[in-house]
Design a binder for this molecule. Structure first.
Ligand code: FPP
Ligand code: MG
Ligand code: MG
Length: 377
């Protein structure tokens, strides 16, 4: 809502780059084994929202106008020098060329987005899709993106292996970027996804039959949320800025944008689980309580309704627990408080990139934060 200003469409700003995304991802996923090939590409058939690649590309374009780091690959130069002092750091610097690894030369019009940054966008979608393949197995999900989930279509074993295959191919593509710091960031994301999922399976820091609400309750949830959702978005924003050669301040700003946007994104996801229908979401609604998960709306309700503690402790497993918990959440201001917290994070995301020079891509990033709050699926 910007009065009568024409609304910004973030997708339009990087539409040319996004057009090749799914095709390129499918190329990265080719396997000689027909059924692996089919399972690996399955979630690329239904059009996803492609939120992560979109953010990576907008960040690439927005940071191309920011100050550059004095020296690229400082850490690598030092490491190489330590191993072989006969190689002059300067010759390594001039040899290092991220464009050399990509097949298509950018046309001058989109030279501000490097081939390595486009490849990064594909890698983020691969890692995300791998996590969905595994997630649907763990959650016993039957639907994803309006179609049967991969575990339903191919069985658990093949869905897990397909996810592993995606991670393998993502790792190959990542290594080919020849940027160790970016490899380290995205490898950390993969570990973080697992850590977040583990925290979620445990639900609270300690296993208790009747846990009591404390400030730690929310801290634990937000840490879990960072690991399972915001880590990928924030670290890929950081990687996008790094690949473009941005200076440290810009790289940190990109990271902060992604972190806050990621937290806002998951908070909205968690409240939509309470407020939307399966038809609207393209995946089962009200799934979190059924899975025994206490997300933000319930945690905020629990603060004022202590009886929810016993239900959290037994993961809503008794007959009527899910319905009871849902009623209590809906009677409380849990949904509103979740939305307010999401708005805080979206504001912080926008503030993080305040120092970026004005550009369409920057407006696109701001609009992504606004849209995150407005989305209905
Ligand atoms: C979706 O959450 C799931 C995630 C954001 C991450 C899941 C992570 C793992 C399964 C760890 C292992 C994965 C990899 C790639 C190492 P959700 O269940 O809340 O969302 P949904 O409603 O879309 O299913
Ligand atoms: Mg799930
Ligand atoms: Mg899950």
């Amino acid at each position: 809502g910007k009065g009568d200003m024409p609304s910004i469409d973030p997708l339009r700003i990087v539409a040319k780059e996004m057009k090749f995304l799914t095709g390129n991802i499918r190329k990265l996923l080719g396997s000689g084994h027909p059924s692996l090939d089919r399972a690996a590409k399955y979630y690329t058939q239904a059009e996803g929202k492609h939120v992560r690649p979109l953010i990576v590309l907008l960040m690439a374009r927005a940071t191309s106008l920011c100050p550059k780091a004095p020296q690229r690959q400082q850490a690598t130069l030092q490491a190489s020098a330590a191993i072989d002092s006969s190689i002059s750091p300067l010759s390594i610097l001039s040899d290092w060329n991220p464009s050399a690894v990509a097949e298509a030369e950018p046309t001058p019009a989109d030279a501000d987005i490097l081939p390595s940054q486009r490849r990064l966008a594909e890698i983020t979608e691969l890692i995300h899709t791998a996590s969905l393949l595994h997630d649907d197995v763990i959650d016993h999900s039957v639907a994803r993106r309006g179609a049967p989930s991969a575990n339903l279509e191919f069985g658990n074993k093949m869905a897990v292996l397909a996810g592993d295959f995606l991670l393998g191919r993502a790792s190959v593509a990542l290594a080919r970027l020849r940027h160790p710091e970016v490899v380290e960031l995205l490898a950390t994301v993969i570990a973080n996804l697992v850590e977040g999922e583990f925290m979620q399976l445990k639900n609270t820091a300690r296993d208790e039959t009747n846990p009591r609400w404390s400030d730690e309750t929310l801290t634990y949830y937000l840490q879990k949320t960072y690991l399972k959702t915001a880590s990928l978005i924030s670290k890929s924003c950081r990687a996008s800025a790094l690949l473009g050669g941005a200076d440290a301040q810009t790289v940190d700003a990109a990271y902060l944008y992604g972190k806050n946007l990621g937290l806002a994104f998951q908070l909205v996801d968690d409240l939509l689980d309470y407020t939307r229908s399966e038809k609207e979401l393209g995946k089962p609604a009200g799934a979190d309580l059924e899975l025994g998960l206490a997300t933000a709306p319930l945690l905020f309700a629990w603060k004022t309704i202590p009886e929810l503690g016993a239900l959290v402790g037994r993961k809503f497993a008794n007959d009527g627990d899910v319905a009871r918990a849902r009623d209590l959440v809906m009677q409380s201001d849990g949904i509103q408080q979740t939305r307010a917290l999401a708005e805080d994070y979206a504001q912080k995301a926008i503030a993080a990139i305040d120092s970026f020079p004005a550009s369409e891509a920057k407006d696109g990033l701001v609009e992504m934060a606004v849209k995150t709050l407005q989305r209905k699926k």
